[in-house]
Design a protein around this ligand. Structure first.
Ligand code: HEC
Ligand code: HEC
Ligand code: HEC
Ligand code: HEC
Length: 203
């Protein structure tokens, strides 16, 4: 027995060191995969995507931060930080709020709630690329300039069962029913992806 003990202890120690040194290798939840791209805010999308922009101003998402001033929100946090400064609430009721300040463009407003970039990702490179293409410049841009399509999984990052909402009894998100409430196709108006492809040549 006495001979086995040190071996066991060593194993536990190695395990502990491994846990401590590897604990930070997974990305924190508020950190997107590409840490260099800045968030610009919905205002920056308005010029080229007027239809989605107008739809967004009518969404509850645009008021997700404002709702944190409601007395119900204040009751939820109890003795904790007030909801508008509470990182836990801001994580889902705003955009990029918990990231270092340099990740947000100077005229970015946390107060604008769940913005375009909450679902589509930070827009800095996309906007730089589309500006250049509009001016007819052919340039190479990083992968981060191309948006992939958000899906139900994107929604579930925020629309999930959650402790502070226990009292609200919010039913789980039904994507088929929820999407029509926030749908923002731009087919009929403004600059559409197909038009831009025709005028600017192949992508
Ligand atoms: C200078 C104009 C311009 C600005 C500003 C701009 N976009 Fe775009 N966006 C475009 C064009 C043009 C396309 C079509 C690109 C293509 O089809 O290759 C596009 C495509 C998209 C798509 C569809 C991608 C796809 O493949 O289906 C999304 C989503 C999008 N933009 C979101 C945004 C968001 C969010 C912002 C603000 C952060 C923004 N855009 C700002 C011009 C712009
Ligand atoms: C994991 C994401 C998440 C976190 C964290 C979160 N919320 Fe929410 N909250 C949501 C979503 C999603 C909804 C909308 C659900 C629905 O209506 O289907 C919501 C709805 C609400 C509503 C109801 C809004 C209305 O229009 O009726 C209040 C109030 C609220 N949240 C307050 C808070 C407060 C205060 C905190 C911090 C203690 C918080 N939330 C933290 C995701 C979150
Ligand atoms: C709550 C999440 C969410 C928000 C907020 C949001 N979008 Fe979207 N957006 C989506 C999803 C999901 C799609 C559809 C992807 C697909 O075609 O399956 C989409 C599609 C688009 C498209 C392609 C539409 C088309 O006609 O093909 C554009 C452009 C776009 N969004 C721009 C924006 C802009 C600009 C804003 C802000 C003003 C915004 N979105 C806000 C989730 C969001
Ligand atoms: C960054 C977090 C976040 C993401 C991502 C997100 N939502 Fe939300 N959503 C919220 C919050 C917070 C609210 C509550 C806003 C309020 O009531 O003030 C909400 C409200 C809604 C509502 C209004 C509910 C009602 O009672 O009318 C719909 C519909 C909705 N979201 C659909 C979606 C869909 C569909 C997606 C994915 C394409 C999505 N959301 C992605 C945070 C998010």
């Amino acid at each position: 027995m006495r001979k086995i003990m040190p071996g066991c202890f060593l194993l536990v120690l190695v395990g502990l060191i491994f846990t401590l040194t590897h604990a930070n290798t997974t990305a924190p939840t508020d950190e997107p995969a590409q840490p260099i791209v800045r968030f610009l805010g919905s205002q920056a999308c308005k010029e080229c995507h007027p239809v989605p922009y107008k739809a967004w101003t009518g969404m509850k998402h645009a008021r997700a931060y404002v709702i944190l001033a409601w007395y119900v929100s204040r009751e939820m946090v109890g003795e904790g930080d007030p909801p508008k400064q509470n990182k836990a609430c801001l994580h889902c009721h705003s955009t990029a709020a918990n990231l270092p300040v340099e990740r947000r463009a100077p005229d970015f407003h946390i107060e604008d709630g769940v913005q375009c970039e909450s679902c589509h990702g930070p827009g800095e490179h996309h906007v730089e690329k589309e500006r250049a293409r509009k001016e007819g410049k052919e340039m190479d841009f990083p992968k981060t300039a191309d948006y992939s399509k958000p899906s139900e999984k994107t929604c579930k990052a925020c629309h999930r069962p959650l402790a502070p909402h226990g009292t609200l009894k919010i039913p789980p998100l039904d994507y088929e029913k929820a999407w029509p409430l926030i749908e923002h196709e731009e087919e009929k108006n403004g600059l559409t992806p197909s038009e831009s492809k025709e005028t600017n040549g192949s992508k």
